[in-house]
Design a binder for this molecule. Structure first.
Ligand code: AMP
Length: 173
């Protein structure tokens, strides 16, 4: 049984979610539901959904969002949890930047700076990606400045029609 009180006392973490194969909305919804079921994780807020053309990659458009979590996990344990959820979603990696059923990235882990072979936080490519910065700015406008958004303004990204999770089951609060 989840212990939201414990997780709420944890660190504020922002993760990026993306999917561009299969039922993309279901993949993001299921990932959030799986995260929310973990005892040490609470899903605090979720951004609106965006559609984006793949960057440096082929395949159909991505569906993207950013979520704020509260967690008592270590960064490495959270990364493992994200990778387990990615694998459960059937992600295969036939080649670099291949289309993927589900991609989960740690963007910020509190104010931690991490540089290990497995994990770099803040995420090293987030500043180049409109599909990260736009939904992140929806949640944390004070931490994503106008210049950063302007730098990625030419990228093809659009709020999803309706731009929300309407009709989806609970994980969104
Ligand atoms: P990708 O295929 O783009 O999802 O990259 C996954 C790899 O990036 C994994 O092997 C992770 O160990 C590594 N990685 C490094 N930093 C991060 C991060 N901040 N969030 C998620 N994965 C990361």
């Amino acid at each position: 049984m989840a212990d939201p009180v414990q997780a709420e006392a944890g660190v504020a973490v922002f993760i990026g979610l993306g999917a561009n194969l299969g039922d993309r909305k279901a993949a993001l919804r299921d990932a959030l539901a799986a995260l929310g079921q973990m005892p040490a994780i609470k899903v605090v807020r979720v951004s609106p959904l965006y559609g984006s053309a793949p960057v440096d990659a082929g395949g159909p458009d991505y569906l993207n969002a950013v979520a704020e979590l509260a967690t008592t996990l270590t960064p490495q344990a959270l990364l493992q949890a994200l990778q387990t959820i990615e694998q459960a979603a059937g992600r295969e990696r036939p080649y670099r930047n291949a289309p993927r059923t589900l991609d989960l990235d740690i963007l910020w882990f509190g104010d931690r700076v991490i540089d290990t072979p497995e994990l770099t936080v803040p995420h090293p490519r987030m500043a180049e990606r409109a599909f990260v910065l736009r939904p992140l700015a929806d949640l944390e406008p004070q931490r994503v400045d106008a210049a950063a958004l302007q730098a990625v303004a030419s990228q093809d990204i659009h709020p999803l029609e309706g731009s929300d999770w309407a009709g989806l089951a609970d994980p969104v609060r």
